[in-house]
Design a protein around this ligand. Structure first.
Ligand code: HEM
Length: 448
């Protein structure tokens, strides 16, 4: 059985059909040939986009010369109302300063400190799921809840049941429903002055979420001043000064960063965990292996490194369903890629979705095979053609965090429950992250 993959569009479509497909779904708007191409060009009347799907080119853009390929402003504008000047959107010196303050909070040693909060969140997830034993549940909703819980517990030492945390989570769901299609600006031939697809409620919801986060941040500022703040990620970030400028974040800037930690940290982890669980339901032999391995799970950080099968499965889920399916950069100067001239200002699209299924690189690219990571081909591809967290200077700050969280949650859930797919297979589509068009329904049975 091949895990669900969107049906690609025919090779040739009119511009009108293309725009329509895009508005429907980013993934099925792409033709099959992109899974074999090293590079593809999209010409539009206003600007050009290039998708690069070859490791050497991606290395050049992400690792070797990130300053020449800043984040595309066309994409950023869709998220500005919610994220302001957050590290996800900024470029240049502002971004460098922000990373100098944020990165220490996610270093290896800190990860160990956040582990008890992650463990508590995974126990709470098992508790919530227990109420549905013997029933069919929509798992994306559950994994969103669990991932939001992890973020609030690790960042602010509060569980998702906390009143303000719960409100932020609810408002985010509304935001997602009304959010613009973020990557659209990079492909669709719209001039810069053209109004973007903001709905009124997108802006209202963004303002409301920011208001709630401001409450949490201000309260924390007061606790830090009073010397009574808990030792969590928020305190760490808010008390770190930039070694170069000697400044720390003020409340406003911290609100921007909390908004992105929440968005980048819970949407993505929720998507990855939901697909990992679906794959385990569809391939029960792997589910059994994880359950067996998880029998020895104890609440200490070191036990995570023993969850090897769970990690292989989680990585395979990240390969087949990378939560961030595409990333967009802008060429700051004229370039030549594969003997083609790339004008300054062109949009450069890196698609983990396509790279992770690149037919010229991966054995069995569309198949589910967690054992591949131990084969020669799998090891080479892991180094060269696997970028679920991006790579280089702008690599995801939460990559290490997410790998502990995802593997732990997967093992904890499968230790307690047996799951099986229910109804038609899910259809992957790209929202803010890769989700299933009609959710992912699983039957849940308690393990004896
Ligand atoms: C499975 C889970 C996750 C995946 C697949 C993921 C993936 C990514 C990717 C691909 C990027 C780069 C986006 C781009 O360059 O356009 C990114 C950036 C980022 N992620 Fe994650 N992420 C995950 C979890 C997290 C978590 C848990 C946090 C924080 C708690 C986080 C915080 C961030 C931040 C702050 C950035 C911006 C970094 C920068 O631009 O300098 N992510 N993530």
């Amino acid at each position: 059985m091949i895990p669900p993959k969107p049906t690609p569009r025919p090779d040739k479509v009119s511009l009108h059909q293309y725009v329509r497909l895009f508005r429907k779904d980013l993934l099925s708007a792409q033709p099959q040939r992109l899974y074999r191409a090293w590079m593809a060009e999209f010409r539009t009347p206003f600007f050009r986009s290039y998708m690069i799907n070859q490791p050497a080119l991606i290395d050049e853009v992400l690792k070797k010369r990130p300053d020449d390929f800043p984040k595309s402003q066309r994409v950023s504008e869709g998220l500005k109302p919610l994220l302001g000047e957050s590290v996800f959107l900024t470029n240049g010196e502002v971004w460098k300063r922000q990373r100098r303050i944020i990165d220490p909070a996610f270093e290896g040693g800190r990860l160990r400190d956040t582990f008890p909060a992650m463990w508590a969140a995974s126990e709470a997830a098992v508790q919530r799921l227990s109420q549905h034993a013997g029933q069919v549940i929509e798992i994306e909703e559950e994994t969103s809840h669990a991932a939001a819980d992890v973020i609030f517990r690790t960042l602010f030492s509060i569980p998702i049941d906390h009143e303000v945390a719960g409100q932020v989570f609810d408002e985010f769901r509304t935001y997602q429903r009304s959010a613009p299609i973020v990557n659209l600006g990079a492909f669709i031939p719209l001039p810069r002055w053209f109004p973007r697809f903001f709905r009124k409620d997108t802006k209202r919801t963004a303002a409301s979420i920011r208001g709630l986060i401001t409450q949490l941040t201000e309260a924390r500022m007061a606790e830090i001043t009073a010397g009574s703040a808990p030792d969590d990620l928020a305190t760490k970030i808010m008390t770190t000064t930039d070694p170069v400028t000697g400044k720390s974040f003020d409340t406003n800037e911290m609100v921007d960063q909390v908004a992105i930690f929440f968005l980048a940290g819970h949407e993505t982890s929720a998507s990855a965990l939901a697909w990992a669980l679906y794959l385990c339901a569809a391939f029960p032999e792997w589910q059994e292996k994880i359950a067996e391995e998880a029998a020895g799970l104890t609440p200490d950080f070191a036990s995570i490194s023993k969850l090897r099968i769970s990690r292989d499965v989680f990585r395979e889920a990240l390969r087949l369903y990378p939560p961030v399916p595409m990333m967009v950069r802008e060429a700051n100067c004229p370039e030549t890629f594969r003997e083609r001239n790339i004008p300054k200002g062109s949009q450069v699209v890196i698609s983990p979705w396509h790279l992770h299924r690149q037919e010229r690189l991966w054995d069995n690219p569309d198949g589910f095979d967690p054992a591949r990571w131990h084969s020669e081909n799998g090891k080479t591809c892991a180094r060269e053609a696997f970028v679920p967290f991006s790579a280089g200077a702008r690599v995801c700050t939460g990559a290490g965090f997410a790998m502990v969280e995802g593997v732990l949650m997967l093992s904890m859930i499968l230790k307690h429950f047996r799951i099986s797919p229910e109804g038609p297979p899910p259809v992957p589509i790209a929202h803010l992250t890769v989700r299933s068009r009609h959710g992912i329904n699983l039957r849940l049975e308690r393990r004896k």
